[in-house]
Design a protein. Structure first.
Length: 129
């Protein structure tokens, strides 16, 4: 499974000082069935710990995932910014999930080249090669 972040999520992660390892751990947890909330339509809410604060005081991320497909980190926010996504945001995220999960490898590579998505480095995958 390849792991990607949208351009907007990558910006959020940089500002929040979340490294690739943090993102990979969150995506792999969802892949293993250890998500915080299944929001439906391939959208999962997963907490990421903030350094020195743990998961409860950390960040909420929304990850698009379907077994046998790729993972996409699409939205992130701090718990103190908002409690949850709105119904309107969730509808938009589910539409985005349909699009992202429908992309083949060639389309993913093209989107990555264009800067719309960024592949997150996965040390486990790199070690296998």
């Amino acid at each position: 499974m390849r792991i990607f972040a949208t351009k907007e999520f990558a910006r959020f992660a940089r500002k929040a000082r979340l490294g690739p390892d943090d993102l990979v751990v969150a995506a792999r947890a969802v892949e293993a069935g250890r998500w915080d909330v299944d929001l439906g339509g391939g959208v999962f809410k997963q907490r990421i710990a903030r350094a020195g604060h743990g998961k409860s005081g950390g960040f909420r991320t929304l990850i698009v995932f379907q077994a046998g497909r790729h993972s996409f980190l699409v939205h992130g926010f701090a718990k103190n910014q908002k409690a949850n996504v709105t119904a309107q945001e969730l509808r938009a995220l589910k539409r985005l999930a349909d699009v992202l999960l429908g992309l083949d490898d060639r389309a993913l590579d093209r989107a990555s080249t264009m800067g719309e998505i960024v592949e997150v480095s996965d040390r486990e995958r790199e070690d296998e090669n």
